[in-house]
Design a protein around this ligand. Structure first.
Ligand code: NAD
Length: 490
């Protein structure tokens, strides 16, 4: 059994201190690590450490910050395989995905290292010729990063290197359902040369997160999680007039037109819903298929879904691992049962997956419902599991209407070989991300985030670092004129 304390001021708190909770391996159903539940005093200590470290970190020149971020990237690459083992053991995601996610985390560190010495302001010509006006991009100070359990290191690294490059110091709170990889990540930060106190990690559940959001020295909150908790965080932050970035859930439409390449669209649909066992915010969980390809795509998907290799998340041959935790498993099974009773046609799957090689693991069969209506819960609610809903449509207008008729707005996919159609539809998709003839693709350079109940703010790309800076405007009057104190000067 691994034992973890909290990571505060570059030190680990004693593992015997305070309340503890287990990390449960969703493949073996056994506890495999013991974690500390941070109380108010621990949150205060973590924030105080970040406050103490912030001026020196912000004053460290950009080139030095960049060098540290690049060294951390090297250390991540060196430890990628072991980190992937921690994460897959903790949340049941297959190692072929967590392995590539660790390398992407390193890529994000390198990408934002490149910004650390290039956070330029502007010089702005004003009406008045003797005023020199310029802007500075400054860090907020101490920021709180709160993440979900489905991809702890990816979600953290969508935020952390950008926040660091901009000169902020950090307190992180990972999900209580998958904290180990984030705690292990602290060791890599230290090895990479990050000064003590610049990043601090507190573990625990809702109360720990709320204590962090409400802390008066937290200047900004960046949150990844469910819309329900996102609302609570926005309200708490709103009370204190703190800025927040919210990366929330989705129920994304993936639209296949009759003129699409059926094989490519099938693979895109599979990646969209069964990649990461469907536990991804961008899951293409609503597949809209035009009538001409409807039966063919449904049959192709059923055949492919039945062939997916479920297995030990640590086995490189496994294609789908477990669901990450028992509450999530129970929610997915309940959603499947309600879809059946609502009258969606079950094409394949439909329950827990069993087998000698699956042991006590929280496996769910790749599940497809077809002939659904858009007003059914299975077409409207984020299930966050391997459950696909296929909806037929006749015409382009109908596809746009169904695609946007959802409270979420994270991602959409369009499969067509008609470039005019693609160009026509991209502006009409009410989502922060649109993929054309691809799905679930990410890049360090490309901004990511949602609209509507999927949240606001962006991560990755240049937009991602701007979320962690604030603009200061400076006016210098170099005339020697006396001015009228009772009239505004412009
Ligand atoms: P969740 O909202 O239950 O928890 C997320 C985090 O918030 C956890 O660390 C949790 O402990 C913390 N938390 C819970 N209550 C809190 C409170 N009152 N105050 C402060 N913190 C609190 O989400 P989850 O179940 O961990 O993750 C699944 C959700 O995350 C899905 O909706 C999924 O779509 C979303 N998600 C979004 C993205 C994205 O980038 N848009 C990425 C991954 C996951």
């Amino acid at each position: 059994m691994r034992k973890y304390g909290l990571f505060i001021g570059g030190e680990w708190t004693e593992t015997g201190r305070g309340a503890r909770f287990p990390a449960v391996n969703p493949f073996t159903a056994e506890p495999w690590a013991e974690l500390a539940e941070a109380g108010q005093g621990d949150v205060d200590a973590a924030v105080a450490a970040a406050v103490a470290a912030q001026p020196a970190w912000a004053a460290t020149n950009g080139a030095t910050r960049a060098a540290i971020l690049n060294r951390i990237a090297d250390v991540i690459v060196e430890n990628a395989q072991q980190m992937a083992v921690y994460e897959s053991t903790d949340n049941g995601k297959v190692i072929r995905e967590t392995g590539s996610q660790m390398l992407f985390a390193a890529r994000l560190f390198r990408f934002y290292a490149g910004y650390a010495d290039k956070l330029y302001g502007s010089t702005i010509p004003l009406d008045s010729p003797t005023i020199f006006d310029y802007t500075l991009r400054e860090p907020y100070g101490v920021v709180a990063l709160i993440t979900a359990w489905n991809s702890p290191i990816t979600l953290l690294c969508n935020k952390l290197p950008a926040a660091l490059a901009a000169g902020n110091t950090i307190v992180v709170k990972p999900s209580e359902h998958a904290s180990v990889s984030t705690l292990e990540f602290c060791k890599l930060l230290t090895e990479g040369g990050l000064p003590p106190g610049v990043v601090n990690v507190v573990t625990g559940a809702a109360e720990t997160g709320a204590a962090l959001v409400r802390h008066p020295d937290i200047a900004k909150v960046s949150f990844t999680g469910s819309p329900g908790v996102g609302r609570k965080i926005a309200s708490m932050a709103g009370e204190m007039l703190k800025p927040v970035t919210l990366e929330l859930g989705g129920k994304s439409p993936n639209i296949v037109f009759d003129d699409a390449d059926p094989e490519a669209a099938t693979i895109g649909a599979l990646a969209g819903i069964f990649g990461a066992t469907g536990q991804t915010c961008v899951a293409g969980s609503r597949l809209l298929v035009q009538r001409g390809l409807y039966n063919e795509i449904t049959e192709r998907l059923a055949t492919r879904a039945q062939a997916i290799r479920l297995g030990d998340p640590l086995d490189p041959a496994s294609e789908m691992g477990t669901v990450a935790n028992q509450p999530q498993f129970d929610r997915i099974i309940a959603s499947i049962e309600s879809a059946k009773s609502d009258g969606a046609r079950l094409v394949t799957g439909g329950g827990a997956a069993k087998g000698a090689h699956l042991g006590k693991g929280l496996f769910i069969e790749p599940t497809i419902f077809a002939d659904a209506r858009n007003d059914m819960a299975v077409a409207q609610t984020e299930i966050f599991g391997p459950v696909l809903t296929i909806l037929p449509f006749e015409e382009e207008e109908e596809a746009v209407r169904i695609a946007n008729d959802i409270p979420f707005g994270l991602a959409s996919g369009i499969w067509t070989r008609d470039i005019s159609r693609a160009m026509r539809l991209v502006p009409r998709m009410k989502s922060g991300v649109v993929w054309v003839n691809t799905y679930r693709m990410v890049a360090a350079q490309a901004p990511f985030g949602g609209t509507k109940e999927s949240g606001f703010g962006r991560e990755r790309g240049e937009a991602g670092i701007m979320e962690f800076t604030t603009t200061k405007n400076v006016m210098i009057d170099y005339s020697s004129e006396a001015r009228d104190p009772f009239a505004i000067k412009n």
